[in-house]
Write a new protein. Structure first.
Length: 358
């Protein structure tokens, strides 16, 4: 393990430029450019104002598939409503990055989660390009008991995975919803709070990590038009109780590929579960660590570990808990050009960029 950089305030996302340099976002609203060895080159100017409250702020960042020619990046952030300061939601912006001047230009908000809600939690939000050049956007269901049921409502952006073009329009090939008023950008629904997402390297399908409530954190394979259950079906418990949120499975709803159902302590604790709070995800395709090839890596916040899931097809057959001895909340993981894993720790004011290559 090498600590490449420190001093970040709740770093959230990491993206590699074609030349090996890196962009790092911090939840408070700062984006920085780093050299390939992790040395700080400097902050990136032109980032719009973000709502840095609760779980919100500057979140994910992703490069356009044609970045080498168009220099475009996309980033998600918590945005306050222009007419009502108590309301907010997740937004996605597109911009042109000048790496020499370290500035963003032509900043345009291309997508907004609607309707906004009066909540400081569950914004999502990961950005992943599919193989056709369209953008998956993960959206949380906004946490509150009064809001979470809207994860089942196709007229609302709560608890959805969206699929949009680089201009923010619903992407061609999205599901054709029959419900009146359904949002045409919706790819899947019934999600709680998706803070990890990546493409399967062989199939090109979207895989996500998803927070349960108390326990019941999930890994899901996200298919078009499918209902992933929340809050009607879940392996988690209501906070502060041992009451299940609902049945583990229901007809017509997708079961998770993997669930962390951690029971706290000994049997006399009454069966209360605890969460690992999964965050960033990455499939390992490198050759630097041959035994890792095909593994899915998932960071965890409350679990303070990096989880390696071994797969057989779409089935998880084993798990390994790594880096638990560091006692650090791990937010994001990316495979670097050198085949190492690069991780961000969710700390302030001393969040770290780590390079992990056993």
């Amino acid at each position: 393990m090498t600590e490449l950089a420190t001093g970040f305030a709740n770093p959230w996302s990491l993206a590699f430029l074609p030349d090996g340099r890196m962009l790092v976002t911090e939840r408070a609203g700062r984006m920085s450019l780093l050299a390939s060895n992790g040395a700080l080159i400097g902050p990136v100017g032109g980032v719009p104002a973000v709502l840095a409250q609760g779980q919100g702020g500057l979140l994910d960042v992703a490069l356009d598939p044609a970045f080498a020619s168009n220099r475009r990046i996309y980033f998600s952030f918590a945005e306050q409503d222009a007419g009502n300061a108590s309301l907010n939601g997740t937004a996605v912006a597109r911009a042109v990055l000048d790496t020499e001047a370290r500035t963003l230009s032509a900043v345009t908000v291309i997508f907004r989660q609607l309707p906004k809600a009066a909540s400081a939690g569950h914004f999502g939000s990961r950005l992943v390009f599919d193989r056709s050049g369209n953008l998956f956007v993960t959206l949380g269901e906004r946490l509150l008991d009064t809001e979470r049921g809207f994860a089942q409502d196709l007229t609302r952006g709560h608890g959805k995975v969206m699929r949009i073009t680089t201009d923010g329009a619903p992407a061609p090939g999205n599901p054709s919803w029959t419900q009146a008023g359904a949002q045409p950008a919706i790819w899947s629904y019934g999600h709680r709070n998706v803070q990890g997402a990546t493409l399967h390297p062989a199939t090109g399908e979207l895989w996500i990590s998803e927070h349960g409530a108390q326990g019941g954190d999930e890994v899901n394979r996200v298919l078009a038009g499918r209902n992933y259950g929340w809050p009607l079906a879940s392996r988690s418990q209501e906070y502060g109780t041992t009451q299940p949120v609902g049945p583990a499975s229901l007809p017509g709803m997708e079961d998770p590929l993997w669930v962390w159902e951690t029971v706290t302590g000994a049997p006399w604790t009454g069966g209360a579960k605890s969460s690992i709070a999964p965050a960033g995800m990455a499939f390992y395709t490198g050759t630097a660590v041959p035994q890792w090839q095909g593994s899915l890596f998932v960071t965890s916040l409350a679990g303070m570990a990096l989880w390696r899931l071994t797969l057989s097809g779409n089935t998880v057959v084993a798990q390994e808990r790594l880096l638990a001895g560091r006692n650090e909340r791990l937010r994001d993981v990316k495979q670097g050009p050198d085949g190492a894993l690069y991780l961000l720790t969710d700390e302030a004011p001393n969040g770290k960029l780590l390079r992990y290559l056993p």
